[in-house]
Design a protein around this ligand. Sequence first.
Ligand code: ZN
Ligand code: ZN
Length: 156
Amino acid sequence: MSSYYDEHDCSPLADGERPNHMLHLARLLIDGGYASDLDMEFENLFSGEKKAPPASKKVVEDLPKIPVSPADVSKNTQCPICRADFELGETMLQMPCNHHFHSSCINPWLERTNSCPVCRHELPTDDPDYEEYKRHKARKVQRDFELESLHDSMFG
Ligand SMILES: [Zn+2]
Ligand SMILES: [Zn+2]
């Protein structure tokens, strides 16, 4: 006849040891991922098929355009799209990530997608669904961080 512990697939606790429910809960959260169920659904809705929409026209219009300086010329600063050196007399469009482009090079790009072609920094879009998606992703990052902190405080 099998013992209680065999049937329940766990080992007897040593004298004075007590089950640690918080530890168990943390493991469930981290390994099994209650936390990720909703994200799965969301990612299915916006699966790889969902392309980033164009950058907001207003935002693109408001990007600063700065004149090329002699310092830029001496550093051989290039437009990452056409690979030409910027020359005195030209203007560069400055992205929030501090990358510079010819307006004529970056504008067609930003009419198709919302991120910097160099570093993928995202500009705001006019697409409410996509903005919601981005907010959701930001929340997930925050939550993963909190779970990691929980994990570290318990196991660290
Ligand atoms: Zn260019
Ligand atoms: Zn960039």
